[in-house]
Design a protein around this ligand. Sequence first.
Ligand code: AMP
Length: 191
Amino acid sequence: MNIVIFGAPGSGKGTQSALLIEKYGYYHISTGDVLRAQIAQGTELGKIADSYISKGQLIPDELMIDILDDVLAAHPESAKGVVFDGFPRTIHQAETLDALLAKRNGQVDIVVGLEVEEEELIVRLINRGKTSGRSDDNLETIKKRLDVYNSQTNVLRDHYKAQGKYEAVHGMGSIEDIFENIKTLIEKHRR
Ligand code: AMP
């Protein structure tokens, strides 16, 4: 089963993905984590990624897709199921993901949309910035990331709604309650 955890920056994608992995044992891909690992290692790719991430912009689609393709190829166990966290973020990425999964006889089975009000997102990200060490968890870049989300990523809700795959989850409240709701929705979409 392939699950997309979807939502704005600060909506709790990483937190809920970790719980899903623990429960279902699928392979976790956080594209943000993959890019940050490259930055930490000081690779050429990391330098390119950092030039976008620190400005709150998206990495260009073709580069991001190549990276994702490489990660999937390097982890054959991902064929059993993946939790996609932070991907796709554009319509082009979503269409490419469909093609990538179709090659392995798979598909996106469910898109879990964590819905959180913008004021709350900003508070959470500012708080995270106190300890995360991330170059993009500061107010100016947070605002830019929310703009990018609203202009390029949010359209995916309608894209996946039209396919009957989008399930909205109220992303406020306790982590455990949110996870309970997600589990119920996943059972509904299980193949
Ligand atoms: P995240 O950890 O998901 O908040 O991602 C942090 C940053 O990594 C984003 O603001 C983008 O600059 C970059 N990034 C992560 N995933 C993607 C993606 N699917 N497409 C383009 N850029 C991405």
